[in-house]
Design a protein around this ligand. Structure first.
Ligand SMILES: [Zn+2]
Length: 440
């Protein structure tokens, strides 16, 4: 990577183009106006607004001196050749679909910044000893077909063609929607990139958390993409009349769940290693004011900067919940519904991003990202195709079932830069001049 390091060091010495920030913000505002509804931003996969956004991004890429095309899943792909044609590329980018009622920075910040930076190189007549590719991933959010990361899966070569038959809320299959968009669903395999074509992947993304803002920092470095374990828990007790069952004879599933939830919160709150745990869903049966809840289901989401830490924490929490259930004479069922391991970002990219931030006079904040980022690009971490996700396996032991989803191997040459401030509602973006070397 020494040639690449030298080239990037050279770029850092270029005089700043003061109009670049305005151009980036202006384009993000234009993209943010392409929405299904005027009241809030919504631009879902393969909609006509999605197509209009793709066309606009393609035009910006061409204006920036890139060869640009749509691949078979709808990713907008631009390539700026290096000193000679056909060199491996540094890939930059982000996604251009949105959730409903989205923030305008989420996705376009990384995509538009990358395009404008390439445009700046183009205007200066600069070529690098490697190519730059900018990819606008067509689907990250999974809003329309409830299947996320379709764009990056196609690029990583892990796209599951069985999802082509999935229908949206209006009964339109993904296959038909792709055809209506002007794409050929039979060629999605051709969107996959070989590992040898890429030097690395870097993404600037808005921070979807409060840390940088709390530290009054405009930008930081993601060190790893946090793994996550999700569990579905169910507690079964005995439903009964709220007026006639004495307290000491009750087996109240909701009170048991409440104790579990407080235990999870306390466990994570007192952890000093960055562990976070969330119970985001709960449902009580039969759910009547005057009935003792007989059955309760809830979810648990656990994340930590390292797999070892997360696994130990999950084991401790499971033990704690089992004890609570036992003491309260409740029947516990726990299912692992999702397991995604931590992906460390490439050390050489992290150090370059850090140097670029420090070079602008900012303190360098390093934190792991959340698994959104991981869902988030993203399957590019699975680029080495020898490591395809294995099929889902499940084992059943007593009342506890452990599902283990296959985990894609990390691509070590993967990094991202995070701009401060959370997703929505900010008039000024956190764009720094350290273009390109950013993380999400
Ligand atoms: Zn995003």
């Amino acid at each position: 990577m020494s040639e690449m390091n030298a080239a990037i060091a050279g770029l850092q010495k270029l005089s700043l183009n003061p109009s670049l920030g305005d151009e980036i913000v202006g384009r993000i505002n234009r993209l943010g106006a392409i929405s299904e509804t005027p009241e809030h931003l919504a631009r879902v996969f393969l909609s006509k607004e999605h197509r209009a956004a793709a066309d606009l991004i393609l035009a910006w890429m061409r204006e920036a001196g890139m060869q640009a095309h749509l691949d078979a899943i709808g990713n907008v792909c631009g390539r700026y050749e290096g000193e000679r044609p056909g060199l491996p590329c540094l890939m930059l980018g982000s996604h251009y679909d949105t959730v409903r009622d989205a923030g305008k920075w989420d996705g376009p910040l990384g995509l538009i910044t990358a395009i404008s930076c390439v445009g700046d190189l183009h205007n200066r007549g600069r070529r690098l000893p490697f190519a730059i590719e900018v990819t606008g991933f067509a689907d990250e959010e999974g809003v329309r077909f409830a299947s996320t990361l379709l764009g990056s899966r196609a690029v990583a070569g892990t796209f599951d063609e069985s999802v082509l038959g999935v229908k949206d809320g209006a009964g339109i299959s993904m296959r038909d929607a792709l055809v209506q968009f002007g794409l050929d669903p039979d060629h999605i395999g051709a969107a996959a990139r070989a590992r040898s074509e890429l030097l690395g992947y870097v993404e600037l993304h808005i921070e979807q958390g409060p840390v940088l803002e709390a530290q009054n920092l405009p930008v930081g470095v993601v060190t790893a993409i946090a793994g996550a374990t999700r569990l579905a828990a169910s507690l079964t007790g005995m439903a009964g009349h709220a007026g006639t069952v004495p307290m000491l004879l009750r087996r109240d599933a909701l009170a048991g769940a409440a104790e579990c939830i407080v235990a999870i919160e306390e466990f994570c709150r007192t952890d000093e290693g960055g562990l976070v745990g969330t119970v985001g869903y709960i449902h009580a049966m039969p759910g009547a004011t005057n009935v003792i809840p007989g059955q309760v289901s809830f979810t648990i989401d656990m994340r930590a900067p390292t797999d070892a830490h997360r696994k130990l924490a999950v084991a401790d929490i499971v033990r704690s919940i089992e004890n609570i259930a036992k003491r309260r004479k409740l029947v516990l069922q726990l299912d692992v519904t999702h397991e995604n391991r931590t992906v460390p970002c490439a050390a050489w990219l992290k150090s370059q991003v850090s140097e670029a931030i420090a070079g602008e006079g900012y303190r360098v904040s390093r934190r792991h990202g959340d698994d959104r980022y991981c869902r988030y690009r993203h399957d590019l971490r699975a680029l080495p195709r020898r490591h395809q996700p294995s099929s889902r396996r499940a084992c059943r032991t007593r009342r506890r079932r452990c599902g283990r989803a296959g985990i894609a191997e990390a691509d070590r040459e993967f990094s991202s830069a995070g701009a401060g401030r959370s997703n929505n509602q900010y008039d000024e973006p956190a764009v720094t001049s350290t273009c390109g070397d950013q993380r999400r």
